[in-house]
Design a protein around this ligand. Structure first.
Ligand code: PLP
Length: 488
């Protein structure tokens, strides 16, 4: 990434200190390419109208830069593809399983490793084994599937992230930390018997991809031990979190990423993982525990819906790709580039005045659409309006994380409850886009920002009762000023 100007940023101080080149390049070269289908603005206008202005309904073929998610969208390495060929497809006890298990044990250190088809399958098995009605599960911030799987068992999911994390413009080096005082109060109020486990999500996806400090993990471990409550980590972006610890937390600058990972997980009794994130794979996940009785119960459930315990819903080739990906993601050159690339995008637009969630997280940049488009009231979905404009301007697909996604209509009164924040997330797929793609995204955002006062709000004309953001149909709301000038 070219010249990142932010002298105070801790990552950069350490980079500056060394004699490293300032330009952080992609630490890989291209072996196989996938063409991007270029479109014109006129074509994109038609595509949007046909999709009723819902970006989820736009065909991937018509997207130039797809920043919808970093999940399952990673580019695999030549070595991973070689592993795919080597995959052992034996039903039971395949070689691929043992390579996968040993790699997970090597990094995460847990005894029992249960493969699943993705992260939410690990969650469903964990929570249906551990949670009952009137149980409470605290987390820094539960990811949507985590919350849904906890609530499905009748238990309650509680978010206890530090208060600093609730203000987008606030800087905090570990904005993903859990509020330990609030956690203790919750345990005391609910009684430890009703808390089957404490969870921490690294990095905190729903809170902007913000990291959790080693100290916070250690203190949660101490608190959990004091009350005899198991502690689990939602590990999806564990390597990105380790990189932030190495660069922001005292005492870790010289530690290897592997050692930081091992220490993080040494504080936990188990973890859930989606290999679609820091597994650098396109599918897969796993569940780990040190408890042999729990592992048996979990494997019994696994057989019901996922598969035999040595493949759990995956092909042998997937297990190979994950085993290799978990090794590659620890590479410091990869992580330096990964975090610098995300930060480059965040800094470029933020220095030009675009309000974002500060500081940039590991896997995504979140634009604060409510501050960027103050003339669009929340009930006209400023995040949705910005998503539409980014596609129109440059064929970029981002996702609204605001009232379209979380707002709810009261079926009796018909009134709408809005989300606390109106954000637009630009999630960066791993190893997929280059510096010039990111520069193109920066240029597009700045062009949209320049003409932000002309951007219209939207209204929903058709919606489903659940998860409406996937299928809702929208219509543009004419601006008040436009309306009055038309009527005169
Ligand atoms: C993606 C994700 C999950 C769920 O994983 P899937 O593989 O999508 O099922 C759980 N927790 C977090 C923090 C995630 O980012």
């Amino acid at each position: 990434m070219n010249q990142v100007h932010m002298p105070l940023a801790p990552e950069l101080v350490s980079i500056e200190k060394s004699r490293r080149m300032k330009t952080i390049i992609e630490p890989f070269k291209v072996k196989s390419v996938e063409p991007i289908h270029m479109t014109t603005r006129t074509e994109r206008e038609r595509i949007l109208r046909e999709a009723h202005f819902n970006i989820f309904q736009v065909r991937a073929h018509d997207v130039l830069i797809d920043l919808l998610t970093d999940s399952g969208t990673s580019a695999m390495s030549a070595n991973q593809w070689a592993g795919v060929m080597r995959g052992d497809e034996s039903y039971a006890c395949s070689d691929s399983f043992y390579r996968f298990r040993d790699q997970v044990r090597h990094i995460f250190g847990f005894e029992h490793v249960i493969p699943t088809h993705q992260g939410r399958a690990a969650e469903r098995i964990l929570f249906s084994t551990m949670c009952r009605e009137d149980h409470v599960v605290p987390n820094n911030t539960h990811f949507d599937t985590t919350r849904a799987n906890i609530e499905f068992t009748g238990a309650r999911a509680v978010d206890l992230v530090i208060p600093e994390a609730r203000i987008p413009s606030n800087y905090h080096p570990f904005k993903g930390n859990i509020d330990l005082d609030a956690l203790r109060v919750l345990i005391e109020e609910e009684s430890p018997a009703r808390i089957p486990l404490i969870m921490i999500t690294i990095t905190n996806n729903s809170g902007g991809g913000q990291p959790v400090s080693m100290r916070n993990l250690r203190e949660v471990h101490e608190l959990a031990s004091e009350y005899g409550i198991p502690f689990y980590i939602d590990a999806c972006r564990f390597a990105e979190n380790a990189w932030f610890i190495k660069n922001r937390e005292e005492g870790y600058a010289d530690a290897s990423i592997l050692d930081i990972c091992r220490e993080m997980f040494s504080y936990a009794d188990g973890c859930t993982m989606s290999a679609k994130k820091d597994g650098l794979a396109n599918i897969g996940g796993f569940l780990c525990t040190n408890d042999p009785i729990l592992a048996r119960q979990e494997q019994d459930l696994l057989i019901l819906t996922e598969g035999f315990p040595t493949y759990g819903g995956l092909a042998g080739r997937d297990l190979e790709a994950i085993a290799i990906g978990l090794g590659e993601v620890l590479d410091e050159d990869y992580l330096r580039y990964r975090i610098a690339s995300t930060r480059y995008l965040g800094e470029k637009i933020s220095l030009a005045g675009v309000p974002i969630v500060e500081p940039p997280g590991g896997h995504a940049i979140y634009i604060d659409a409510k501050s960027m488009l103050p003339h669009i009231p929340p009930e006209q979905y400023p995040g949705q309006a910005l998503v539409v404009e980014l596609f129109l301007e440059a064929g970029i697909r981002a996702v609204e994380i605001g009232s379209v996604m979380f707002g709810k209509i009261d079926p009796e009164t018909g009134t709408e409850t809005l989300a606390p924040m109106e954000l637009v997330r630009l999630a960066i797929p791993r190893r997929v886009y280059t510096q010039s793609h990111i520069d193109y995204v920066v240029e597009a955002i700045l062009r949209v920002h320049q003409r932000r006062e002309e951007i219209h709000g939207y209204q929903i004309i058709e919606q489903a009762p659940f998860l409406r953001h996937f299928t809702a149909k929208f219509e543009m709301v004419p601006m008040a000023s436009a309306r009055s000038s038309q009527s005169t």
